[in-house]
Ligand binder design. Structure first.
Ligand SMILES: [Zn+2]
Length: 207
């Protein structure tokens, strides 16, 4: 089996559509918080479905399960928030690697409670967002030595974008995996409702 390629850390990610070169800080942070909540909701919904254990199924031996991805996203959000604090406190900080693959086994990702993981993920996304939102342009330009995927100096601004990319990328992973492993729910489709917006704009104004 060919191993999945690592997503890029600049420019456009063809897989999830994230672009490091576009979007301003506030919009990026808002999107990150929303997508964190979407990861949490997908996990909660699957865990409440006909077979709660689908969250622990790996679609392929080398591909993480939904709970493993969700735990990873939760931990990324926490680690990155601490890195923001470290970068503001130190001149040229050297960030400790988070050991993304080691944690899967050490922290027993696959045994964790999906409801607790979802709650922590949502909270950490908000906390990361709160720490990122208030950064000034000079602070966003501060540099630290970052280890992933290669050791390189990175600005805080890049760390914010890279975190947003992690969440967007893994949100897609989680949804894709769940779509593969979830049993079909009967009865089928409920119509999606973009119509609600139309109804609002179409309604006559109150006079
Ligand atoms: Zn991506």
């Amino acid at each position: 089996m060919t191993k999945k390629q690592q997503p890029p850390v600049d420019g456009l990610c063809e897989e999830c559509g994230f672009n490091y070169d576009t979007g301003e800080l506030q919009g990026t942070v808002t999107l990150l918080i929303r997508q964190g909540a979407e990861c949490a909701m997908a996990l909660t919904k699957a865990a409440a479905g006909p077979d709660p254990d689908v969250v622990r199924l790996r679609p392929e031996p080398e591909v993480w399960s939904a709970i493993e991805y969700a735990c990873h996203v939760r931990d990324v959000l926490e680690v990155q928030r601490l890195r923001i604090a470290q970068c503001l406190a130190e001149e040229r900080p050297v960030y400790a690697p988070m050991d993304r693959t080691g944690r899967v086994k050490e922290a027993k990702y696959e045994d964790q409670n999906p409801i607790e993981v979802a709650a922590a993920l949502t909270r950490f996304a908000r906390e990361f967002g709160a720490a990122a939102r208030v950064l000034t342009p000079p602070q966003l330009g501060r540099l630290g030595l970052y280890n992933y995927p290669v050791r390189a100096p990175r600005t805080l601004g890049w760390i914010i974008r890279h975190t947003a990319h992690e969440i967007q990328h893994h949100r897609q992973d989680i949804l894709t995996i769940l779509a593969k492993v979830e049993p079909p729910i009967i009865p089928a489709p409920k119509p999606s409702e973009p119509a609600a917006e139309d109804a609002d704009t179409a309604s006559a104004p109150l006079s």
